[in-house]
Design a protein. Structure first.
Lengths: 87, 151, 86
């Protein structure tokens, strides 16, 4: 059951990443590129939960991908504010 | 340059398209900008501009503020001179860069020769802006400190 | 280290949720509301993992608290994105 739920979560993240990818293509706003990467990484995070034995969230393999995803989001926010100040 | 018959349908140059897409959102903005560009160095007040483009003051004022936020014009309080009361602010054509100036001149030329393709591009842009409103709102939400005139 | 990561993720999610809620209030764009709910769900997921690590003994597993919340958040965002793209 847990694996199934992680699978659903991974799929949801993939779908969201696809939408953000589309928004990036249409608007060319870098923020959406970052969010695409972030949600794709989140999908990998949930996949990692399913793959790693015992799915212990405190194992480095499991949380390092999630860390990457949220750092990308922070970078997106910083980049967005840096951009808008230059205008 | 040889004088070909301009095929304006496809020939709107990229800088003009970018200008229309990024910095001019309404008919009032277009007319106000072109009116100020024609004057160059001479400013007009809100009322004078409203009269010359036949648009009411509130609409013109909003258009002018947008144009100013997008670095196309600037507002200067006029020198005191003969008015004893507060000097009325005047707007001046003030593009942020020579490239922008070139784009506005090209736009003015194209609009004078064939306005319809420009109007067409502007309404396509307006529809596009409406369709992508949610995405833009999403991206703009992450701007931490917002001026009122932003984007 | 693990708890720092989840704390960071939780704080980032909360930040996103706040920014999106503020944006929703200004623009009334529904998508931002759904997206903020998603980030609230993600924030709760991260916070509960943090609590799981710091406060509860090893025998207690909060999986069934955090995972449905994260899932609800993600599904709400998917719904919102689909609704937005008519």
């Amino acid at each position: 059951m847990r694996t199934f739920l992680w699978g659903v979560l991974a799929m949801a993240c993939v779908v969201v990443a696809i939408f953000f990818f589309h928004y990036w293509r249409v608007s060319r706003d870098r923020l959406f590129a970052y969010f695409t990467v972030a949600f794709a990484a989140m999908a990998l995070d949930w996949l990692g939960h399913a793959l790693v034995i015992a799915a212990d969230p405190f194992r480095a393999e499991v949380y390092s991908v999630r860390l990457f995803a949220f750092v990308v989001i922070l970078v997106a926010i910083i980049d967005k504010n840096h951009q808008s100040r230059r205008r | 340059m040889s004088s070909d018959v301009p095929d304006v349908r496809n020939a709107l140059p990229d800088d003009v398209r970018a200008l229309l897409r990024e910095r001019i959102e309404s008919y009032e903005e277009l007319e106000a900008l072109l009116a100020l560009e024609r004057l160059r160095g001479n400013g007009k007040t809100v009322d004078e501009l409203g009269a010359s483009v036949h648009v009411g003051a509130p609409l013109i004022e909003r258009a002018l503020r947008s144009l100013e936020a997008r670095s196309l014009i600037e507002c200067r309080a006029s020198a005191a001179g003969d008015r004893a009361r507060q000097p009325e602010p005047r707007y001046f054509y003030a593009p942020a860069s020579p490239e922008l100036d070139g784009a506005v001149q090209a736009l003015a030329k194209a609009y004078a020769e064939q306005p319809i393709p420009i109007i067409k591009v502007m309404s396509e842009n307006a529809i596009q802006r409406m369709r992508t409103g949610a995405a833009r709102a999403f991206a703009d939400a992450f701007i931490l400190r917002k001026d009122k005139n932003d984007g | 280290m693990a708890e720092a990561v989840y704390a960071l993720c939780g704080v980032t999610s909360i930040l996103c949720a706040i920014l999106l809620l503020r944006g929703w209030r200004e623009t009334r764009a529904r998508l931002l509301f759904w997206a903020s709910l998603c980030f609230i769900g993600l924030a709760l997921d991260n916070i509960i993992v943090f609590i799981d690590f710091v406060l509860t003994p090893a025998s207690v597993d909060l999986f069934w608290y955090r995972t449905p919340v994260a899932l609800a958040g993600m599904l709400v965002l998917v719904y919102g994105l689909i609704r937005e793209t008519r």
